[in-house]
Design a protein. Structure first.
Length: 296
């Protein structure tokens, strides 16, 4: 079934017309610090309007073991696509939080205002990448049998690419894969064995996303996990330093990968999640790293 979804996606991505508007498509995926815990009411005025140059397809979160979800619809980018967001495929319900998508689009627009941006987002808090965690709160490993977070994300991508006119102007649009942003790894840092497998697991998920988007060397930006230190032991993620080393090792091995390390400087709204200022900057740093990779 996973192969059939990828095949369908490839066929859809290949469709073009002479009236196409070209959108640069970015996949944003991962766990809670990609999902987003910034507060909408703390956003500055410049984040209130992205004009008509940025659109988002935010896939509805699915449970492991249940039918593939990823329902959503293309809409102009605005605040509210953080935790608490949902969609039934007919309408989006915005939440009171935001994630890195806002700063990401803002930076891309500032650097290339004439290039329309299309963001596909699927993220779920607490999810893990290693097969050994099983379902629990959500797992991305394709080594696990049955539907899991990878399948829900793949369905999100498929749903997004099935739309012919994402900006609603009556003309067919062309979606051109331009990059992947991955922010995840905190939950894997609870176990030493999973932490030491993280580089291998990360390489696998990136390879699968690149295959789904039909670009073998698609640029990928990885957000380095960090630790608030707000626990009795002084470390929320017991083996987080192993994950950080594994993330760095992967980015060093892949010439089209970059590691964003600004997370170490951010404040926190709780012991797991960055504050609003951090989420704004994280998105901008993701975009800066992406632009750097694209220029190479």
């Amino acid at each position: 079934m996973r192969r059939s979804l990828v095949s369908t996606l490839l066929a859809l991505a290949a469709v073009t017309t002479s009236q196409s508007k070209d959108f640069q498509v970015y996949l944003l995926a991962g766990q809670s610090n990609m999902e987003g815990y910034g507060y909408v009411n703390e956003l500055p005025p410049e984040y209130a309007d992205f004009g008509n140059g940025a659109y988002i397809f935010h896939g509805n979160i699915g449970e492991d073991g249940e039918a593939r979800d990823g329902r959503g619809l293309w809409a102009p980018l605005e605040a509210g696509h953080g935790t608490g967001f949902s969609s039934d495929g007919q309408a989006n319900v915005l939440g009171e939080r935001f994630g890195p998508e806002l700063g990401f689009a803002k930076k891309l627009q500032a650097e290339a205002s004439d290039t329309p941006v299309a963001i596909i987002k699927y993220a779920r808090g607490g999810t893990t990448l290693d097969y050994s965690f099983g379902e629990k709160s959500g797992n991305w490993s394709v080594s696990n049998l049955g539907v899991n977070q990878y399948d829900h994300c793949l369905q999100t991508i498929r749903n997004a690419f099935s739309a012919a006119d994402i900006d609603g102007d009556g003309e067919t649009d062309r979606l051109i894969p331009a990059g992947i942003v991955w922010m995840q790894g905190e939950s894997d840092g609870h176990r030493l064995d999973a932490s030491y497998r993280y580089e291998e697991n990360l390489a696998e998920i990136v390879s699968l996303f690149r295959a789904a988007l039909r670009v073998d060397d698609l640029p990928v930006v990885i957000g380095r996990i960090s630790d608030s230190g707000q626990s009795e032991s002084g470390r929320v993620w017991e083996f987080g330093n192993v994950i950080r080393a594994q993330q760095a090792a992967y980015c060093e091995s892949d010439p089209m990968a970059a590691l964003v390390t600004s997370t170490d400087t951010y404040g926190y709204s709780d012991k797991w999640h960055y504050d609003s200022e951090g989420f704004m900057d994280l998105g901008e740093q993701f975009a800066a790293a992406m632009l750097s990779l694209q220029s190479e």
